[in-house]
Design a protein around this ligand. Structure first.
Ligand SMILES: N[C@@H](Cc1ccc(O)cc1)C(=O)O
Length: 433
């Protein structure tokens, strides 16, 4: 059964612009729509997630989503709204990136659900067959340079400079749309609002080559707003740079914390764009949030859903455990319940020191132990370690140390290997080798 895709995007605030007739086309028949992703890195980041959600909702509404990996366009580089010319990625990097992105895109869509099953394509597969002369005859001839220059996406660059190569990018993307229209009956191309220029170059090539029937277009365009932050800073970045979907680049813990830290102003919008919750569910969350804002109900719901969708249920459970361990309410029992193979994930990012078992065995007093980890951010010096101990500010395995003289024998290693030293919210893990 098909549902109203456009209406869904509308209430979610995910509709920026669309060509007239797009909704009629979608209401008329099951429609194939595509979005392209260039392999500029080996992983997608959460900036890409908003456009991926367009494909997810398209499929949920009963239409056919196609994800395109830009093996060819990635060799050129999209100049849209970019301030300066970019350098090429080498072909090995492109191959690695392309494979990484393909695998990630695969996770989001259903490739086996009958007629609206998702498909994945790579534009290198058709561009590798097309020679330069053929391309000029089949694509370039249909658009005027004047038309190509009129796009907002390249306006600035026409003043500051743009290579013929980057200027041609819109023709490549336009030709993709034409190719997919011809071979897969794709009628819709979607993307972020910065893609409007490239997408309409495609609808224009299709119109010029295929004509339109009594004012009905054969191909349509739809864009989604770029996700913004109410404080004006750039969405999707942390101090360490982009928030990636790849867990080796952005750990599930950091990913979870990213969503958890969003503001009360932004969270309602992000819930609509990134979560699959219904309107009613989101509104209910907003109501409960407003009653007790300090509980951060919206942020927690957002962080939970996304961590589970991008990573896994198990990662989410680990992340929750890690938050308890690192920021508060953990108990000794909780630490003891951490399995040996979970330590790396949970303490990822926590300062760590390794000591030899012989040193551990011969260390009888706490101050000595803590001194082995001086120079850490918790105890810059032995003096400060002593002071912290005297002030009862130190916990070992989340149990308050009662006096600086307390014997180390009172504390058991976790999993026969680890000991967690904390002061306030600062943690330090000692690993006995
Ligand atoms: N230009 C798009 C990627 C893309 C590539 C090829 C296409 O056919 C469509 C889209 C971007 O940079 O995000």
């Amino acid at each position: 059964m098909r549902t109203d895709f456009i209406e869904e995007l509308r209430w979610r605030g995910m509709l920026h612009d669309m060509m007239p007739g797009t909704d009629e086309q979608l209401n008329k028949e099951m429609t194939a729509g595509y979005i392209g992703f260039d392999p500029t890195a080996a992983s997608l980041h959460i900036g890409n997630l908003a456009t991926i959600m367009l494909l997810v909702h398209l499929q949920k509404a009963g239409h056919k989503p196609i994800a395109l990996v830009g093996g060819a366009t990635g060799m050129i580089g999209d100049p849209s709204f970019k301030a300066s010319e970019r350098s090429f990625l080498d072909e090995d990097t492109l191959r690695i990136n392309q494979e990484g992105i393909r695998k990630q895109l695969e996770q989001f869509l259903d490739f086996n659900c009958g007629e609206n099953s998702a498909e994945m394509v790579n534009n290198y597969d058709w561009f590798k067959e097309i020679g330069f002369l053929q391309f000029l005859r089949e694509a370039g001839k249909y658009l005027s340079v004047n038309y190509m220059m009129s796009k907002d996406s390249v306006k600035k660059r026409l003043e500051t400079g743009i290579s013929f190569t980057e200027f041609s990018y819109q023709l490549l993307q336009g030709y993709d749309f034409y190719h997919l229209y011809k071979h897969k009956n794709v009628r819709l191309q979607m993307g972020g609002s910065d893609q409007w220029g490239n997408i309409t170059t495609g609808t224009e090539i299709i119109r010029r080559k295929e004509g339109d029937e009594e004012g009905y277009f054969k191909a349509y365009a739809l864009t989604t707003p770029l996700v913004t932050k109410s404080d004006g800073s750039k969405f999707g970045k942390s101090e360490g740079g982009n928030i990636w979907l790849d867990p080796t680049r952005t750990s599930p813990f950091e990913f979870y914390q990213f969503w958890l830290n969003q503001s009360d102003e932004d969270s309602p919008r992000y819930l609509r764009v990134f979560s699959l919750k219904s309107k009613e569910e989101i509104e209910a969350l907003e109501v409960s949030h407003a009653a007790e804002p300090h509980l951060r109900i919206m942020q927690k719901a957002l962080a939970a859903e996304l961590t589970m969708r991008i990573h896994s249920e198990r990662d989410y459970q680990l992340v929750l455990k890690a938050s308890d361990v690192l920021f508060g309410k953990a108990t000794l029992e909780m630490l003891q319940s951490i399995a040996i193979d979970e330590f790396d994930t949970i303490f990822n990012g926590v300062p760590q020191t390794e000591i030899f078992r012989a040193d551990w065995d011969s260390t009888s007093n706490l101050l000595d132990l803590i001194s082995t980890v001086t120079n850490s951010e918790i105890y810059p010096s032995k003096g400060e370690a002593r002071r912290a101990l005297q002030q009862n500010a130190v916990s070992i395995n989340k149990v308050k140390v009662s006096s600086p003289e307390q014997s180390l024998a009172d504390f058991e290693l976790l999993q026969d290997k680890f000991i967690l030293v904390s002061k306030g919210k600062k943690n330090h893990l000692i690993k006995v080798l």
